[in-house]
Design a protein around this ligand. Structure first.
Ligand code: ATP
Length: 208
């Protein structure tokens, strides 16, 4: 049987329980054999990550230990320069020509899909699955995505995750770590231990 693979790109700065919760829900609802987390090396459409790629990779591996369907790839870290989702998916498509591929996102990322390099090629290479997120619903998309979204919903290549949204975000967690607030219920204990051990996010410069 053809493998069903979810590709979950993110900064994972740090990975949190919102990530693993939606990854699990995607795996359940799309009957995925595996969800591959892909920490970004050099995100071109976001401010620079606060933690080094090696730490974000190690934390993502710790978070991914929570479910046997989860795996982690360093593909986007070891490639030099800016990495684009369309290229990442093309590489996976070459490795798994017969697999059903799903690119997994939160609704905030989906709403910016039309700004991604070669996005129209991307959506021909992979299904897109989107989780609801605070302030963003996958159905309220910007105008440039309307035509594609209507078609993709009709032909099944866009899946909207059925799950309640939560408020967990890496930015909020970094703010809490900087100010010594609790991160209980937000981080996997193994990730929280890694952050403590390596003294990460203590001098974070995010503005709330
Ligand atoms: P930040 O808060 O700093 O923007 P983040 O929490 O969104 O970071 P990322 O690593 O950038 O973390 O997220 C990777 C992917 O996971 C993105 O597609 C994002 O939309 C999605 N995502 C992250 N947290 C949630 C959440 N709580 N609910 C739904 N999707 C989420």
């Amino acid at each position: 049987m053809n493998r069903r693979i979810g590709l979950f790109g993110g900064t994972f700065d740090p990975p949190h329980l919102g990530h693993t919760r939606i990854a699990r829900a995607f795996a359940d609802q799309l009957a995925l054999d595996t969800v591959i987390f892909l920490p970004a090396g050099d995100p071109y459409h976001k401010t620079a990550p606060r933690a080094p790629a090696a730490d974000r990779l190690a934390m993502t591996r710790a978070a991914a230990a929570a479910d046997p369907r989860f795996a982690v790839s360093d593909l986007d870290i070891v490639r030099s320069g800016a990495t684009y989702t369309a290229d990442t998916v093309r590489i996976f498509r070459q490795h798994y020509p017969a697999a059903a591929l799903w690119w997994l996102v939160g609704a905030d990322s989906l709403a910016a899909l039309h700004t991604w390099k070669d996005w129209q090629t991307l959506v021909r290479q992979t299904g897109i699955a989107a989780a609801p997120r605070n302030g963003f619903t996958p159905t309220a998309l910007p105008q440039p995505l309307h035509h594609w979204a209507a078609q993709a919903l009709a032909d099944g290549s866009l899946h909207l995750l059925s799950a309640p949204p939560d408020n967990i975000s890496s930015t909020d967690i970094r703010g809490r770590l900087k100010t010594g607030k609790s991160t209980a219920g937000l981080l996997d204990p193994a990730v929280a231990a890694y952050i403590r051990r390596h003294g990460l996010y203590t001098d974070d410069t995010d503005t709330p």
